[in-house]
Design a protein around this ligand. Structure first.
Ligand code: EPU
Length: 308
């Protein structure tokens, strides 16, 4: 019934049996029963209204840089924000610049353009792959700075299909967490406050963050850091000290460069990644007494330990 409603009421194509592996940086996963990539938020609202009645599973996808899809068929709908990617720079009257950005805009692309224009504040984001929507959802950051520091307003499609604007102060952001995040809420866009500076200043500040990134594996299939850093420590350090580097299950392997990265070295499955995560977590718990929490989002794995 809901399948018919979707086909009838959406303006964008509704693709069936969409392969998910090419849509994620990790390069694993099965197929989505339905996949949609709307160019207009109205389609998202319509989807949410239909879902409210029918209650089918929904997976929201940005750049696919922080997710691992399960193998097999994901029932329900995968909603991609990639075609909602406009942005513009506005003056705010106090000399600051407000970036008005749609969710599917690439975060490093936005950061690069800000740097070119000499707008300061998002230098830390220059090396963070993914979309702005995904970055808001997980409060992406590097070296103590995060997207939440910049947010002035978040626009979301709510579970009932209505659009709501959330002002700064109505939500909170902390380490890799935005209080608005919910699997049933779509971040449609946001406003970010940046400061006018010189291109040289932004370039210089960006260098610090680029250096940090250079200690991480590059040109590989991964979803970035797998586990959150526990309070006052680094998951990478703990995994390294526990001897996890090089551990392998199927095509999934713990990076030799940075122990908090799991790589798809070729032919990995979603289950390989999940199993390797569980093994690493058990080892760290046994050796260090610390229980690591996943930072990446596991989609379609059901009600297991790590699902979001
Ligand atoms: N370390 C090791 N062995 C390793 C990895 C790290 O001993 O295999 C040590 C490092 O030598 C350093 C400490 O652990 O003393 C911290 O490592 P690093 O500077 O690489 O930072 P991190 O805490 O591992 C965090 C973010 C990264 C972000 C960097 C840079 C998390 C989970 N990770 O990594 O974010 O790029 O800081 O700011 O918060 C991501 O979110 O996907 C991500 C990669």
């Amino acid at each position: 019934m809901w399948r018919m409603s979707l086909k009838r009421n959406l303006n964008c194509p509704l693709e069936e049996g969409k392969r998910l592996a090419p849509l994620s940086a990790m390069g694993v996963g099965g197929e989505a029963e339905f996949f949609m990539e709307p160019a207009d938020t109205r389609d998202v609202c319509e989807l949410f209204r239909i879902r409210r009645e029918a209650g089918f599973p929904l997976y929201i996808l940005g750049g696919g840089t922080n997710v691992v899809f399960a193998d097999g068929l994901l029932r329900g709908v995968v909603l991609s924000s990639r075609r909602l990617s406009d942005f513009r720079w506005n003056e705010d009257g106090n000399g600051d610049v407000l970036a008005e950005v749609e969710a599917g805009c690439s975060l490093p692309r936005l950061a690069a353009e800000a740097a070119e224009k000499g707008f300061a504040g998002m230098e830390f984001a220059q090396g963070i792959p993914g979309t702005v929507g995904g970055a808001v959802a997980g409060n992406a950051g590097a070296a103590g700075r995060s997207v939440g520091d910049l947010l002035e307003e978040v626009t979301a499609v709510e579970e009932d299909g209505g659009v709501r604007k959330w002002k700064r102060g109505e939500y909170g952001c902390s380490y890799r967490r935005c209080s608005l995040f919910s699997p049933g809420r779509f971040f449609a866009g946001c406003k970010m406050r940046l400061r006018r500076a010189s291109r040289a200043e932004v370039e210089r500040d960006g260098e610090v963050f680029r250096r940090v990134r250079s200690s991480q594996p590059r040109g590989v299939k991964s979803a970035g850091c797998v586990f959150k850093n526990p309070e006052g420590d680094s998951a990478g350090r703990l995994l390294d000290r526990s001897g996890c580097k090089g551990l392998r299950i199927g095509g999934a392997v713990v990076s030799d460069v940075h122990a908090n990265f799991i790589l798809n070295s070729g032919g990995a499955t979603g289950s390989d990644i999940l199993e390797l995560m569980e093994r690493c977590r058990d080892i760290v718990f046994r050796k260090m007494g610390i229980s690591l929490e996943p930072e990446i989002k596991l989609l379609g794995f059901g009600m297991d330990l790590f699902s979001v």
